[in-house]
Design a protein around this ligand. Structure first.
Ligand code: SAH
Length: 341
């Protein structure tokens, strides 16, 4: 209620226990209002309504509030009845999906609606957070050029402290919290501190970003398995051998920086030189771009295109099915024949 209204210059009285009223207090404050609070019916004094433009009556379950709306009516004051904030004191890790707002899950939206504080990452959908989490303080803990990144330990400390203060804390991450998202570490830290924690899974970029470029990570007759690897650091030769030996699709996250080592390693391990490789940058954004090449050609192709993170690498025959891949049309027709479609 009144979330999109500029209330600068108006005084709003929020009536309800501090816990039940905490989100309304923040919301009206954020809308510019001067917020006056009344935490219990016993503390009411008539002069508290002087100069007030709106009374927000929070349903905190105390029956003694029943007289307040009538008092306000007699004084010609507008009353907005609002539900009590959900009890706080816990943390929810939310997987926000690959960046498109409409790939947030229904559950993610419900949890955000009730949040008091949201710690969000750069890769999580955050443009409309103020609308999705209307009662929340929004804290950007992501890496930004020119800004110092909040360290992982500091994020965990802030989350735990905020939950211990009674807040309903949301940690909003890109993709799924448990796929290279350090979700496990955050859950363990909360548990160690005795703070209840739950996890809302998200759509991982490992599958959805290739899909955005038309690449299915598995496809009948082409690939019956896929491996998701972090390219954060180069792999060992044994790992390159396992990957090449598997014969399925390889999906690499955080792999732009180590692309030369990766392709050389897979080549040494016996993967064929003309194995198709796709790089999908900024999936689900207006500037999404796919670069298609081969295992031996991709480093040059990436350099020529000026490929930058965030990007997903896909290595495998399924890349031939990508949108815009020269071979796609022919390959699909051929497949349709093989499958008897
Ligand atoms: N938990 C996340 C991954 C975090 S690691 C998930 O499940 O998706 C961050 C890496 O994810 C990036 O370096 C990039 O490789 C990949 N990534 C995430 N979102 C992406 C997007 N929209 N487009 C391309 N790559 C993306």
């Amino acid at each position: 209620m009144f979330t999109n209204t500029d209330l600068t210059g108006y005084t709003v009285l929020v009536a309800g226990t501090p816990e039940a009223a905490r989100r309304a207090i923040r919301r009206y404050g954020a809308a510019g209002a001067t917020v006056r609070t009344l935490s219990s019916p016993a503390a009411y004094k008539p002069e508290m309504l002087d100069g007030v433009a709106l009374v927000v009556a929070i349903d905190d379950g105390d029956p003694r509030w029943s007289a307040l709306p009538e008092t306000c009516r007699r004084r010609g004051l507008l009353v907005s009845r609002e539900e009590a904030a959900a009890p706080g004191g816990h943390v929810t890790l939310i997987g926000g999906g690959p960046g498109a707002e409409d790939l947030l899950t229904v559950r993610a939206r419900q949890v955000l609606q009730e949040a008091d504080v949201v710690f969000f990452d750069r890769l999580a959908p955050h443009r409309n957070l103020a609308e999705y989490a209307p009662g929340a303080e929004l804290i950007d803990v992501g890496k930004r050029p020119g800004h110092h990144k909040v360290t992982q330990r500091e994020i965990e400390r802030l989350m735990i402290q905020s939950a211990q203060e009674g807040n309903n804390v949301v940690r909003l991450k890109g993709g799924d919290p448990y796929v290279f998202g350090r979700g496990g570490e955050e859950v363990i830290s909360c548990a160690k501190a005795g703070v209840p924690v739950s996890v809302v899974p998200g759509i991982t970029s490992a599958i959805s970003v290739p899909a955005a470029a038309g690449i299915p990570v598995t496809h009948r007759e082409i690939s019956h398995l896929f491996t998701v690897v972090s390219g954060h650091a180069p792999l060992t030769d044994a790992e390159y051998e396992h990957l090449a030996g598997l014969g399925g699709t390889v999906v690499v996250l955080m792999g732009v920086g180590t692309l030369p080592q990766l392709t050389a390693g897979l080549r040494r391990a016996g993967m064929k030189a003309d194995m198709p490789v796709a790089i999908v940058e900024r999936g689900y954004s207006d500037s999404q771009r796919t670069t298609i090449s081969t295992l031996t050609g991709v480093v040059t192709a990436a350099g020529a295109a000026g490929v930058k993170p965030p990007a997903i690498l896909v290595i495998g025959e399924v890349v031939r099915l990508a949108n815009g891949c020269e071979e796609t049309a022919g390959k699909l027709a051929e497949l349709a024949d093989t499958l008897g479609a």
